[in-house]
Design a protein around this ligand. Structure first.
Ligand SMILES: Nc1ncnc2c1ncn2[C@@H]1O[C@H](COP(=O)(O)OP(=O)(O)OP(=O)(O)O)[C@@H](O)[C@H]1O
Length: 331
């Protein structure tokens, strides 16, 4: 009996990164189709649209959802899926500016490699963070500099990419100020003046690849990093230590793991969720352990080596119902 062809819903943000998806869409669709995935698309039109599109794709019974764009688009898609009972596996085409989450999962930055990872159909189950009624998969945070990611205008990111974040960061440096936080976890309670706090699910955040070195995407725990009140010189020193992954022993840093954390403040504190504005404190963060399946490369290596033709082991039959040749990928 011929296996049913799998149906995928590709939700893409045409404005992400350097607008690569606009140019690549026909190639992406052709590669997915040739790999046996019958794919329809939804181009997002603005904030929140990817959430609606993802919820709609779950309701319509798609076998696979694919999010193409940056961390913001990915976060919106997850928000449309996380509440649902039957959550199809999620593919990621990292076409944004930073793509922290894809980096943490070793998903190739190149569109062909990323499509091939989906076609291999190997998934990894990961934790999802819930904060009040919203969700994140990579990081939540508040305090100095954490507003950076949503304050940088999309146009500037299209023009100069990652550099836009550095420019905005420098602009904000002289205005650093501490916030007063009450932090409650099952293990400990803290009352501190802090520069910033980060609640991380992965170890790759904002281009800092060793920010939370013990973070695992599927251990049911958040890694909590708190930078205590300090002056500008200390702040810059800790940031440069963090770039090398050497910040954890600094006396200004508190580093903990937990599955639940409540954060309140008498100050007005905005929240950053996966790079997007996520409301304000107070917040309760809960780790939804092993909540979502994501397509990743089985070997942990980048699969993309060359352009066409496809030389993949496909775990399902193609649209025509033909057996796959199970070619080994070739150099
Ligand atoms: N058609 C659109 N035009 C402009 N903005 C859009 C459109 N569709 C969605 N958006 C908004 O763009 C935001 C940011 O997009 P996304 O994160 O995908 O790309 P990016 O900002 O380039 O990358 P990164 O987040 O990795 O820096 C989304 O959260 C969404 O609200």
């Amino acid at each position: 009996m011929t296996e049913r062809v799998k149906r995928a819903r590709l939700i893409y943000n045409p404005s992400s990164g350097r607008e690569e998806m606009k140019r690549r869409l026909p190639d992406v669709l052709q590669r997915l189709e040739r790999g046996g995935l019958e794919t329809s698309t939804h181009a997002t039109i603005g904030e929140g649209d990817a959430t609606l599109a993802a919820a709609d794709a779950v309701a319509r019974g798609f076998d696979i959802i694919i999010a193409a764009g940056g961390d913001g688009t990915l976060n919106e898609v997850i928000n449309g899926m996380a509440e649902k009972e039957n959550r199809p596996p999620l593919g990621i085409l990292p076409l944004g500016t930073t793509n922290d989450f894809a980096r943490a999962l070793n998903i190739p930055r190149h569109w062909e490699g990323a499509v091939d990872v989906i076609l291999q159909q190997h998934t990894r189950i990961i934790d999802v963070g819930k904060v009040n009624q919203r969700y994140f998969i990579n990081i939540a945070g508040g305090g100095s500099m954490t507003e950076l990611t949503y304050e940088v205008p999309s146009k500037l990111k299209t023009m100069i990419g990652q550099m836009a974040y550095y420019m905005k960061g420098l602009e904000k440096l002289p205005r650093l100020r501490p916030i007063e936080l009450y932090i409650r976890m099952p293990e400990v309670e803290l009352h501190e003046e802090v520069m910033l706090f980060l609640i991380s699910n992965s170890n790759s955040v904002g281009g800092f690849e060793r920010l939370a070195p013990d973070a695992s995407l599927s251990d049911g725990l958040f890694d909590v990093l708190i930078l205590k009140k300090c002056n500008l010189a200390e702040f810059i020193r800790v940031v440069s230590l963090a770039l090398r992954g050497e910040h954890l022993s600094d006396p200004n840093i508190i580093y903990l793991q937990t599955n639940q954390i409540q954060v309140t403040s008498p100050d007005y504190v905005q929240l950053n969720l996966d790079g997007e504005f996520g409301g304000t404190l107070p917040c309760m963060f809960t780790n939804l352990s092993q909540h979502l399946r994501i397509f990743v490369d089985e070997t942990g290596q980048t699969t993309y080596k060359n352009t066409n033709p496809l030389h993949l082991k496909l775990p399902w039959k193609t649209k025509a119902g033909e057996e796959n040749e199970h070619d080994e990928e070739q150099e």
